[in-house]
Design a protein around this ligand. Structure first.
Ligand code: PLP
Length: 453
């Protein structure tokens, strides 16, 4: 059966009849029908009607090496022929996940040299949550089990992922959260900084919210703090430079583990292999997924620091946790080919030294003083545009993000895939974008804003 035998309308009708989409209001979808993406090449995706769209979101923050890479298809094919599946349970292993674990350990910040695999970022965060609580239980402190997170955080859609996350809408539908998770303010200066407060001072105040939460819960009750180095789905909220070093200091002071969720930032997006390096911190765990395979296969890797791993290995006995697809050999083969491309093409350095700073400047120049824009900001290849009704007062449009949705729709119609989160427009393109691609994207963003003004 090939989709070419179907018209767009037929596929949309089947989609409506049988396919429940993630994060979708199906009443909307059934009116308009879904855009059918049928193929992709380099930085572009193509829909069934033949429209070419520049993918400003790298799929869902994941296709770092762009589309259509033969090497990854070959790696999957070769691995499938030789060993399509075997697990790492019960004293078995297979070479590909082993070699990938070694490669990840080589790229990771020093001290994080062990890897636990899953198939998604959500699974990896579930693993991380169980692991840190088990760590403290093994250390003889089972009551040290609370986790501090932030409002607006996104850590996945499983029950644990949603409980860890801080999105109000998701919590509203949780109907039974994982207990002992506390949420504090995010380091979001655009909305949370006081008039006249410097960025650095705000960063320290946002970090202090974490310290206050630790003290309120009682130091002996807090297992860990979890955070995305740069909040992604919550609106590319980039913390001030003072924030993460202060968080690290607080965590060390109270012996609270530091868990970084690098599902978006891992493997190059901020201009280093891991954002832990960008912010100069050493966490106890790092959750990664997405760009590990550039989205060509589902795979996540939880990087576990020596302190936690040593306790697990030496005092742990069996950890009753794992997934059928933990260390799936085909996904791991694709990950190795993907990391090889990122290295060979110097994509991380390119983001750090060239395209990251260029994106920052080009976006500010293109739309920084547009009447609908309250702020542009970016780090590496992650950017946000705050949509406002009034630039001076930062008053938002009524309608809970509907202005941003309108601009997003104009952008897509103009050939640029973007995302709107609340009142924030987001860009998170493949790392293969050049200065020219960035210029094209900025022109399209400006046209979309003009069309909506
Ligand atoms: N953590 C972060 C920071 C994410 O952005 C995401 C997904 O967007 C997840 C976790 C969940 O990953 P997945 O969708 O692979 O379960």
């Amino acid at each position: 059966m090939t989709y070419q035998n179907f018209s767009l309308e037929q596929l949309q009708a089947i989609d409506s009849a049988h396919h429940l989409h993630p994060f979708t209001d199906h009443k909307d979808l059934r009116g308009a029908g879904a855009r059918m993406i049928t193929r992709a090449e380099g930085p572009f995706i193509y829909d069934l009607e033949g429209n070419q769209i520049l993918d400003g979101m790298a799929g869902l923050w994941c296709v770092n090496i762009g589309y259509g890479r033969e090497e990854l298809a070959k790696a999957a094919y070769e691995q499938m022929k030789e060993l399509p599946y075997y697990n790492s349970f019960f004293r078995c292993s297979s070479p590909t996940p082993v070699l990938l674990a070694q490669k990840i350990a080589e790229l990771a910040p020093k001290g994080l040299s062990q890897v636990f695999y899953g198939s998604s970022g959500s699974e990896a965060n579930d693993t991380a949550l169980r692991l840190v609580r088990q760590f403290w239980a093994l250390e003889g402190k089972p009551e040290k089990n609370r986790i501090i997170s932030r409002r607006s955080a996104y850590h996945g859609s499983t029950i644990a992922g949603t409980s860890l996350g801080g999105m109000a809408g998701m919590h509203g539908q949780l109907h039974g959260a994982v207990p002992n998770i506390v949420h504090v303010m995010p380091p979001y200066a655009f909305e949370e900084a006081k008039p006249g407060e410097s960025d650095d001072a705000f960063g320290l105040r946002a970090a202090k919210a974490v310290e206050d939460a630790i003290l309120e819960a009682g130091v002996d009750n807090v297992a860990a703090f979890i955070g995305e180095p740069v909040m992604g789905a919550g609106g590319v909220k980039i913390p001030p430079a003072t924030y993460w070093p202060e968080i690290e200091r607080i965590c060390r002071k109270y012996d609270v583990l530091l868990m970084l969720d690098e599902v978006i930032t891992g493997y190059g997006r901020t201009g280093n292999w891991f954002a832990a390096e960008t912010y100069g911190i050493t966490p106890d765990t790092i959750t990664t997924a997405k760009a590990l395979t550039s989205g060509y296969q589902p795979l996540s890797a939880l990087l576990v620091g020596d302190r936690v791993a040593d306790t697990m290995v030496q005092k742990g006995g069996e950890f009753y946790h794992g997934y059928t697809y933990s260390g799936h050999p085909v996904a791991c083969a694709v990950a190795l080919a993907n990391l090889n491309i990122i290295e060979k093409e110097g994509l991380v350095e390119r983001v750090r030294e060239d395209t990251g700073p260029y994106l920052n400047k080009a976006l500010a120049e293109a739309v920084g003083d547009h009447p609908l824009v309250g702020e542009t900001r970016s780090i590496g290849m992650m950017a946000a545009i705050e949509i406002v009704k009034d630039r001076n007062t930062r008053e938002r449009f009524p309608g809970d993000g509907s202005a941003a949705v309108l601009i997003r729709d104009h952008a897509i119609a103009n050939g640029l895939m973007m995302r709107a989160t609340g009142d924030t427009m987001i860009l998170s393109p493949p790392l293969i974008w050049t200065r020219e691609t960035i210029d094209t994207a900025c022109e399209r963003i400006k046209s979309a804003l003009d069309a909506a003004a």
